[in-house]
Design a protein around this ligand. Structure first.
Ligand code: V47
Length: 373
């Protein structure tokens, strides 16, 4: 475990023209927009790794978290038309559109009876054909089947949609969902907050202020949440840093975010097919800059499904301390061209963390330690 930069790393960082940023980090001084943009611009990935890894090890040493979870995407019918999305279908009846019955959706959890999982992660499209009771019954059905499971469900975009469609405030939506069994909310739907990029990517869904307000209300009601950033499509590095700073500002206010998850753009089967996907270099530096800019968020997560197992392993030296979980059945990224498996077993997650020279620790959704592997 390293908390001081060795002479060689220090030379590397200073040689890359980042001595002033190193000094700020040494002194616990916050990085600015300009610092973030400079970190993105450096071609010296090794210097960036040295700085980000030091931050990661200062917080967590070699510990790397994972969990045992299952993903449920109950419907892909979605009124929004985000141009990067390969998962959604506009209307019920369109080719490949689906909506699970409650029995089917709860059945995904029922099928795992007796298995040691701790979390169900639910993200859906914005489906105009479902009643409010569908979502409450979904949570109640899962809780009735497995009261021990933590339910992390519905992105801020979905919460905003429920409030508008069913005529409630964010707080009312949350109170009913919490009553039905909601434990926390996932970080999806953030995409890129900057209005220039957001207008192109997802003009017809909740804007940055709305997304942040949903999380503000969630945190006020005692829910923890995650946050994400979709990177590598049409945004600039300035817009990535701007995104991080908006999250950092809300975290200063509420302290409710647990983990930041940069999500690497996938280009198959969507309207951005002509774009190249981000390189490994770009992915690694995005994780590293996130670790350095988001000084008030405890964890940086590399979602292995979307990144690939090998790259996810590498991120563990670029600021990341969490690789998500077993997942079981994934649709959003596989419909966008991900070649990763649908699931990794606990033993495989443990091995991939060990092979990267780190210490695997199984956590629950709220980062309580379940077991040291
Ligand atoms: O909101 C959709 C992204 C998100 C594409 O909170 C895409 O623990 C890249 O948020 N290329 C959903 N990204 C997934 C998500 C998530 C995943 C794992 C864990 C957690 C958590 C949250 O996926 C969407 C969107 O930002 N997305 N399509 C695509 N083609």
């Amino acid at each position: 475990m390293v908390t001081e930069l060795g002479t060689l790393s220090r030379r590397r960082v200073d040689g890359a023209g980042l001595a002033d940023i190193r000094e700020k980090l040494d002194a616990g001084v916050r990085l600015t927009m300009e610092d973030g943009v400079r970190l993105f611009a450096t071609p010296d990935l090794t210097a960036l790794a040295a700085l980000a890894n030091r931050e990661r090890e200062r917080r967590w040493g070699d510990v790397t978290f994972f969990n045992r979870n299952v993903h449920v995407n109950a419907t892909n019918v979605c009124e929004a038309s985000c141009i990067f999305c390969s998962f959604s279908r506009l209307k019920t009846g369109d080719a490949a559109a689906y909506t699970m019955s409650l029995q089917e959706a709860v059945g995904k959890v029922k099928a795992l009876r007796g298995e040691l999982i701790t979390e169900v992660h639910i993200v859906n499209g914005l489906n105009p054909d479902l009643p409010w009771s569908y979502y409450l019954d979904l949570l109640r059905g899962i809780k009735a089947e497995r009261p021990d499971l933590h339910i992390k469900a519905f992105t801020a975009v979905e919460i905003h949609y429920f409030a508008e469609k069913y005529g409630m405030t964010y707080e009312q939506v949350f109170r009913e969902l919490i009553d039905a069994g909601l434990g926390s909310i996932p970080g999806g739907g953030a995409e890129i907050f900057h209005p220039r990029a957001r207008k192109k990517l997802c003009d017809d869904k909740v804007d940055a202020d709305g997304w942040l307000e949903v999380h503000r209300v969630a945190h006020r009601l005692g829910l923890r949440s995650n946050c994400t950033m979709l990177f590598g499509s049409i945004e600039t590095n300035e817009e990535r840093v701007d995104h991080m700073l908006r999250l950092r500002a809300l975290q200063d206010e509420t302290g409710g975010f647990q983990t930041f998850i940069p999500l690497r753009f996938h280009h198959e089967n969507n309207k951005l097919n002509r774009l190249r996907e981000p390189t490994a270099f770009d992915s690694l530096r995005t994780y590293a800059v996130s670790r350095l800019m988001l000084d008030n968020i405890d964890h940086i997560k590399a979602y292995w499904v979307m990144l690939g197992v090998e790259l996810a392993q590498l991120t563990l030296s670029w600021g990341v301390d969490d690789i998500d979980g077993t997942v079981r059945e994934e649709r959003i990224y596989h419909m966008a061209g991900a070649r990763t498996p649908q699931t990794l077993g606990r033993a495989e997650l443990v091995q991939l963390i060990r092979d990267a020279g780190r210490i695997p620790v199984e956590r629950d959704t709220l980062y309580h330690v379940v077991a040291e592997a």
